[in-house]
Design a binder for this molecule. Structure first.
Ligand SMILES: Nc1nc2c(ncn2[C@@H]2O[C@H](COP(=O)(O)OP(=O)(O)O)[C@@H](O)[C@H]2O)c(=O)[nH]1
Ligand SMILES: [Mg+2]
Length: 441
């Protein structure tokens, strides 16, 4: 895989489609325009043309071609776009013609973006945002990913970093001047003040990271409760399809079953679980173990029972829901919040409204800055170095503050911020990331 190759791929979706977009990036992108269209159109002007296969000149398709001259292109290289009719044979003929050109090869997954990153068009955080944007299924995911792909995190981090470097310069000045008589009064004081302010801002972003990760992963809602409570029936009702097997036989659901849907603009994963009870059945017991574990890690647990019973102590946060409200023998319980019937639909709208309110509470507002574990760990690392710097100042006593050590703490914090946006070499992170991208991106 050489970066001097010119790469090409179908960048639009599944064929057949109305229009198909083939992108070509690299030093020979001009040559492709020349070979297929007989001319290189003026940069950034859509040109309608007949595309022909060399050397016979047989027409392949008619469509738009668009040339972007590097570095003013998405990849930073010369880039050619072919807007074709989205037929399988059309695209196959064009791709096979491109394969025959000298120095051309099909692109690897994410390779266009990789080149954009290598050419300084986007940093690691923006690439991650772009990956999330393409994977986004809910409104909240789209908003958050678009903010990140547009550099919101990158800009914030670069602001933090600039302030950190200024604080570091003050500390270094103190070190340099310390032998001279005219030592400026107190340079570490202002440096520590700034460090303290930065510490608060980083801590706030970190505190908000759970929200960012939740929006990215989707809100997980576990449906738990005793066997036969109507858990699987509710899941099917909310999913609008028969995703889970429903039966009057207790112990029917043994494995975790997940259904993805969108509620109030949030991606939601509903998880049906095995009914919690004592059992001798090995398979069911394992299902119950998994059900408990999943319920414990879910963002929200619905505790279903025919009696509207309170959840067990280990799931104290769960929302108690009385089921089968259509059945005469179960009357309303005391301080009952929610009674539903998956059979008649009673209470289902109220339940959905409650879930939506919860989702909005967790995922609403301005998009979070930190949206994935890698970013969170790097930020945490930076914060730990700032904390160490501040603790050093607190514990240092009069005149005992070791400026050298303080400077090192600040330097390490700056390095952690660099890692957060990928300013330092992060080949392995990039490799793993681009593997998740699709071909043509
Ligand atoms: N009358 C009535 N029966 C229900 C309702 N929800 C579930 N059931 C029945 O209760 C039994 C157990 O349902 P299921 O969803 O498999 O319970 P699970 O073990 O908690 O998953 C099935 O026979 C369902 O048809 C309801 O709202 N009303
Ligand atoms: Mg079930």
């Amino acid at each position: 895989m050489r970066s001097s190759d010119t790469i090409f791929a179908l960048s639009s979706g599944r064929l057949p489609s109305g229009v198909a977009l083939v992108r070509i990036s690299g030093p020979s992108a001009r040559a492709a325009a020349q070979a297929l269209a007989g001319t290189v159109p003026a940069p950034r002007h859509a040109t309608y043309t007949i595309l022909r296969a060399p050397p016979t000149g047989e027409a392949l398709d008619r469509g738009l071609i668009l040339f972007f001259e590097g570095p003013r292109s998405a990849t930073g290289e010369d880039l050619l776009e072919l807007h074709l009719h989205g037929g399988r044979a059309v695209v196959a003929a064009v791709l096979s013609t491109l394969s025959g050109l000298d120095g051309f090869r099909p692109a690897q997954p994410g390779e266009f973006t990789r080149r954009a990153h290598a050419n300084g068009k986007m940093d690691l955080a923006e690439v991650e945002g772009l990956g999330d944007l393409i994977a986004a299924e809910s409104e909240a995911q789209r908003r958050q990913a678009l903010a990140q792909a547009s550099g919101v995190l990158s800009r914030r981090v670069s602001g933090w970093r600039a302030r950190l470097i200024r604080a570091l310069a003050l500390v270094e000045a103190t070190i340099d001047f310390s032998d001279e008589d005219d030592v400026p009064e107190d340079l570490t004081g202002p440096a520590l003040l700034e460090t303290g302010l930065l510490r608060e801002e980083l801590a706030a972003a970190l505190a908000d990271s759970a929200r960012g990760e939740m929006v990215r992963d989707g809100l997980s809602i576990a449906i738990a409760g005793p066997p036969n409570a109507g858990k699987s029936t509710l899941l099917n009702r909310l999913a609008g399809r028969e995703a889970a097997i429903v039966s009057h036989r207790p112990g029917t659901t043994r494995d975790l079953l997940e259904v993805h849907l969108e509620l109030a603009g949030q991606a939601v994963t509903l998880i049906d679980t095995a009914g919690l009870r004592e059992t001798d059945d090995e398979v069911e017991a394992e299902g119950i173990r998994r059900a408990r574990a999943r319920a414990a890690s879910a963002d929200l647990v619905l505790w279903l029972s025919e009696e509207g019973a309170p959840p067990p102590p280990e799931l104290a946060q769960a929302l108690a829901v009385r089921t089968k409200a259509d059945q005469a023998e179960t009357g309303p319980g005391e301080d009952e919040r929610l009674a539903i019937s998956a059979a008649t639909g009673q209470g289902i709208d109220e339940l959905i409204a409650l879930i939506e309110a919860r989702a909005a509470e967790l995922g609403g507002g301005e998009p979070a800055l930190i949206t994935r574990e890698r970013q969170r760990l790097a930020l945490k690392d930076a914060l730990a170095h700032l904390d160490r710097a501040l603790a050093r100042a607190d514990g240092g006593g009069e005149g005992l503050l070791a400026e050298d050590l303080l400077a090192e703490d600040l330097r390490l914090a700056a390095r952690a911020l660099d890692a957060l946006v990928g300013r330092v070499d992060m080949e392995d992170v990039l490799d793993a990331l681009f593997r998740t991208f699709c071909i043509g991106k």
